[in-house]
Design a protein around this ligand. Structure first.
Ligand code: MTE
Length: 324
């Protein structure tokens, strides 16, 4: 390996480059040589997901409130501090505990989301208008990261299908493609040339129509903070967390399956479907168990993250190993 590669700390090292194809590898090395360490991913398997840093971002405004203390399985909610100080948001940093501080200046208002593509009623929606158009509900969901940690989060938001009903997908529309804001002035992580920015994700249209899929504008009774994807993000609780794209500016209905940022970066590890599945391992680690942030013992991973009853129909007859 080139001697030009700077020494990087243990917390930044990931073995991902071993698995990348040569072109990506050389690109990645380029950004390492430039001093930008961005080769981990939803790809680094943290040995021990640590508790949030002691200098956690302080709670501002009214105290965090949630409508229940547990999810429907009886598991306690993670704390507001945990949820807002242990984040994956690569546009800011690959260091989960640095994201909250670095994302503070994300300009979240005004913010508009452009909805178009194969729809009868394309439109540009201000997030404040979306909040007025649809009832904001609380949804307490488990978030399971592909890295094998998880949290229970009381999101605020509205089902994605309500917005889709307004724009009216045309008959040729089969997928929904989502795009995050691209703001190099405030997002230092965009300097990493390893990823094909902006962050993009996709769902099959019938997945997007499932009532569990929400556009979330807040959590714990408060507006979304930048580190969690303010002002509006997707939450798809039966899929690995990387599908739940943050700070959305664009939603397009399309005919072909979109290529997500993670598929482009390492398609052999991150597929389009990314359904939580204890029986389909990541090429580099088991998905059979996970660690809930705040707990020390591992717990069994649940099929479709515990939402099997609501979503299994979407995948009837599909080979979930081939469609990972
Ligand atoms: N969206 C964007 N735009 N950029 C990201 O890096 N990370 C994803 C997802 N959405 C990510 C993103 C991953 S890997 C996870 S696990 C979740 O956001 C984490 O959400 P949280 O920080 O609110 O817990």
């Amino acid at each position: 390996m080139s001697s030009k590669i700077p020494k990087i700390s243990a917390s930044e090292i990931t073995p991902e480059h071993i698995y990348l194809n040569r072109r990506k590898f050389m690109k990645g090395i380029g950004s390492l040589a430039l001093g930008t360490v961005a080769l981990s991913a939803c790809a680094s398997m943290p040995a021990v997901p640590s508790a949030p840093a002691s200098e956690a971002v302080a709670v501002e405004g009214p105290p965090p409130v949630a409508g229940a203390e547990t999810d429907e399985l009886g598991d306690p909610l993670n704390t507001f501090e945990e949820i807002t100080n242990y984040n994956n948001y690569y546009e800011f940093s690959v260091d989960k505990q640095a994201v909250a501080g670095l994302a503070r200046d994300l300009p979240v208002s005004p913010w508009s989301v452009t909805v178009g593509g194969l729809v009868n009623n394309p439109g540009v929606y201000d997030v404040d208008d979306l909040k007025r158009m649809f009832d904001i509900e609380e949804r307490i969901y488990r978030l399971r990261c592909v890295e094998a940690w998880s949290m229970v989060i009381p999101w605020l938001g509205f089902p994605l299908h309500k917005l889709l009903a307004v724009v009216e997908p045309q008959s040729e529309a089969r997928y929904v493609r989502f795009e995050t804001a691209y703001l190099p002035e405030v997002m230092p992580g965009l300097r990493s040339r390893f990823y094909e920015w902006p962050y993009t994700e996709g769902l099959r249209l019938d997945e997007a129509m499932n009532d569990l899929a929400i556009l979330s504008t807040g959590l714990y009774g408060k507006d979304m903070l930048p580190q969690n994807g303010a002002p509006i993000r997707l939450v798809v609780p039966w899929k690995y967390g990387f599908k739940s794209i943050k700070s959305i500016v664009k939603i397009d209905l399309v005919a072909e399956q979109p290529t997500s940022l993670w598929m482009a970066a390492a398609g052999n590890e991150y597929g389009f479907y990314a359904n939580v599945n204890p029986e389909v391992n990541h090429p580099r680690w088991s998905q059979a168990s996970e660690r809930r942030i705040g707990e020390s013992a591992r717990r069994a991973t649940l099929m479709f993250n515990g939402y099997e009853e609501q979503v299994a129909y979407l995948y009837e007859g599909m080979d979930l190993r081939a469609n990972y």
